[in-house]
Design a protein around this ligand. Sequence first.
Ligand code: SF4
Ligand code: SF4
Length: 184
Amino acid sequence: MNPKLENLLTQYSELESAAQELVNEQCCTLCSYCTQVCCRADICEEAIESPFLRLLHQREVLDSDRYGFLCETGCSLPAGRPPVCLEYFCDDQLYHQPDETHAKVLRTLGALVAHAGRNATGETHLVEIMQADQLEELAFQRLQKQFDESFLALELIRRFYNEGTLPDNANRVLDRITFSDEDH
Ligand code: SF4
Ligand code: SF4
């Protein structure tokens, strides 16, 4: 495998897992009581269709046609979930954030993985590339810049949840993170 791709996989996996952990901490209470869980098998399917995500989770089929990867305890995919799974927050989750800053920070946290993988080749997102051989020829320099931006924002967000404050330069860092169109 191209060492640049291998490096990208390592960074993606680290970013996804760190962002997922923080999102879980913020959202698990409400989600655990939810009676209308937002997971859908057609979204899970995207993880199977994407060659990049398959390299991460190593799964070839859904657990079930009806529920995809959703099981009694939540999602059975430890890694390589479609970015929308991190990026989507229902109105209830945002409503229950203590204030506007918390809501903005949560939305930014959810967008870190999608931001990092944007425009991996032309305007195609890393996880939307459908030909495995195209993964060898990505815009690695652009991706690295976006990963750096996401990791920098992740550190600020982690600090915010630990200490309750954002440093003066926070908005400059957080505002570099872009959101998917459907998220606006
Ligand atoms: S994000 Fe909202 S809709 Fe989705 S499982 Fe959690 S509480 Fe339910
Ligand atoms: S979080 Fe898991 S179960 Fe839910 S939609 Fe995403 S891949 Fe499917």
